[in-house]
Design a binder for this molecule. Structure first.
Ligand code: NAD
Length: 508
């Protein structure tokens, strides 16, 4: 199928946004939004400036004053309605994700499904924001913890998960009693305004305070103002380690709370007992899916010397068959890179890998350059490396998979951990002892460690995030909600006496 014309993509974007309730006239401005599908403008939007941040945070602060005293299960009602609207508009939102990010229809639908899933999770959570009761050492005393709403949550998100990351934060923050001010990637404003329009509708339908969810379109300058705002109690920032290195210290400097979800450099260890068919499928989805533009994309395979050649042959064969093309085509599995800069970064990484002793065994070339000269379609690449050189230790946000050999499991785990990032990891093995060794305290040092699945494609039920230069934050499921609330420890004395802790005497 030919790549749709700029007019056709623009029409699809307008229609989908309008169906979600976006006021396209109010949105119009002079900042073009480019679709990676054809590299051409979809439409132009009005951006906010840094000066718009404080008024938005102030409005959110007013909403907080009302929202924090609404019982959590009733707050869940807002998120239930949001989930219903997201489900009803799943096709529209997925269309916008495809047009703005270049994800295939299935992956875009999957990302929207994550929003629905986390809303359902958050609705249940709204009745489970439990504190502990703790035995007091003093007779006639009760010790307990209560969890209270924290305040305004600022969300800065990356281009590659333009809606899921917002929902991981927003659905949890809203049931926890916190309003959200969102600064999406400057590359993906349409998905952001569409989600916000649906949240506005959910707010109106449920009678919740206005300004519980606001969006500020803009670049790093708007993000920086949000980071600096003293009215933002929690700043949740998803993006590159470079961004986090700036944001983290600035939030810490004003004693705010930061949740950082930064870059990854994710590996799979493949042991001699691995099922190579299953491994091949798991590796190819994680390494080439989303054109290598997931934070959890597999960037390294660390394969035992006995299987590294056979595995590489299978991977190369699978890569040769990968349908690369417009994500608007049904059969496509690998869509475009986000922009020319991503293509340059990929080519530079391949050049560096060759200089550092690597051999590109498949891929790396550009596709569809004639049909779409402004778009950046590439063949996912596999590079055999003699060891973990400098380029392998960096995150290149493109589909480049480095294959490294190992001899002992200790060596493989050491290689897995010997990178600055610590997001996701996996082991493919049929040996239970090897799997357990990988999951143990001295095994993988990542926030995500999987067995017999790839590094990407996490479910919302678990806490998501990673260690080291990935930033240490956790969001989405499990008990990640605690990051969005403040804890109070309460000691209640019903004894009629006043015994002091630790046996301290203070006679009056
Ligand atoms: P990016 O760092 O360029 O931008 C991310 C966001 O930060 C954007 O909204 C941007 O405007 C904003 N920003 C940039 N500089 C800022 C500053 N100084 N102050 C405040 N805000 C600033 O990242 P990207 O290219 O959009 O996304 C790709 C990166 O994000 C990759 O490194 C990827 O691994 C990472 N990522 C991580 C996760 C995760 O959960 N760990 C998820 C998705 C993406």
């Amino acid at each position: 199928m030919p790549i749709p014309t700029a007019e056709e993509l623009s029409r699809r974007a307008r229609d989908a946004a309008a169906r979600c309730g976006v006021d396209l006239d109010a949105l119009a401005g002079d900042s073009p939004v480019t679709s990676p599908v054809n590299g051409r403008p979809l439409l132009s939007v009005r951006r906010h400036t840094a000066a718009d941040v404080e008024p938005a945070v102030a409005r959110a602060g007013e909403a907080f004053a009302a929202w924090r005293t609404v019982p959590a299960p009733l707050r869940g009602g807002l998120v239930r309605r949001l989930g219903e609207l997201l489900r009803a508009h799943a096709d529209d939102l997925a269309t916008l994700v495809t047009l703005e990010v270049g994800k295939t229809a299935s992956e875009a639908r999957g990302e929207v499904q994550e929003m629905v899933d986390v809303c359902e999770f958050a609705v249940g959570l709204s009745r489970q924001l439990y504190g502990r009761t703790i035995s007091s050492e003093r007779p006639g005393h009760r010790l307990m913890e209560t969890w209270h709403p924290l305040g305004v949550v600022g969300v800065i998100s990356a281009f590659n998960f333009p809606v899921a990351v917002w929902s991981w934060n927003a659905a949890i923050a809203l049931v926890c009693g916190d309003p959200v001010v969102w600064k999406p990637s400057e590359l993906t404003p349409l998905t952001a305004v569409a989600c916000t329009a649906l949240l506005d509708r959910a707010v109106a339908d449920t009678g919740a305070p206005a300004a519980l969810g606001q969006v500020l379109l803009g670049g790093a300058d708007v993000g920086e103002a949000l980071v600096a705002s003293p009215g933002v109690a929690l700043l949740s920032a998803t993006g590159s380690t470079r961004m986090g290195r700036t944001v983290g210290p600035r939030v810490a400097d004003r004693f705010g709370r930061a949740l950082l979800e930064l870059g990854g450099n994710n590996a799979a260890i493949v042991t001699p007992s691995a099922d190579l068919d299953l491994t091949t499928r798991g590796v190819v989805f994680s390494a080439a899916g989303t054109a290598g533009q997931r934070c959890t994309t597999m960037r390294r395979v660390i394969a035992h010397v006995d299987v590294v050649d056979a595995l590489t042959d299978r991977l190369v064969e699978a890569y040769r068959r990968l349908p690369v093309g417009p994500p608007t085509d049904e059969g496509t599995l690998v869509g475009p890179l986000i922009h020319a800069g991503a293509h340059t970064a990929m080519q530079e990484a391949l050049t560096a890998a060759r200089e550092q002793g690597g051999t590109v065994v498949v891929g790396g070339g550009r596709r569809l350059a004639e049909e779409a000269p402004d778009a950046w379609y590439v063949e996912p690449a596999i590079v055999r490396m003699p060891g973990q050189t400098d380029v392998v230790r960096q995150e290149t946000f493109a589909p480049v998979l480095y294959v490294l050999p190992y001899r002992t499991l200790e060596e493989a785990i050491a290689l897995n951990n010997d990178v600055p990032q610590g997001l996701s990891s996996s082991i493919f093995t049929s040996d239970q002892a090897d799997a357990e060794r990988f999951l143990a305290a001295d095994g993988s040092d990542c926030g995500i460690a999987n067995v017999n699945i790839g590094t990407s494609g996490a479910e919302i039920g678990g806490a998501f995030g990673g260690e080291k230069q990935t930033g240490g934050g956790r969001e989405s499921g499990s008990d990640a909600w605690r990051g969005y609330m403040r804890r109070a420890t309460n000691t209640v004395n019903y004894s009629g006496e006043l015994p002091l802790a630790q046996g301290v005497e203070f006679p009056l």
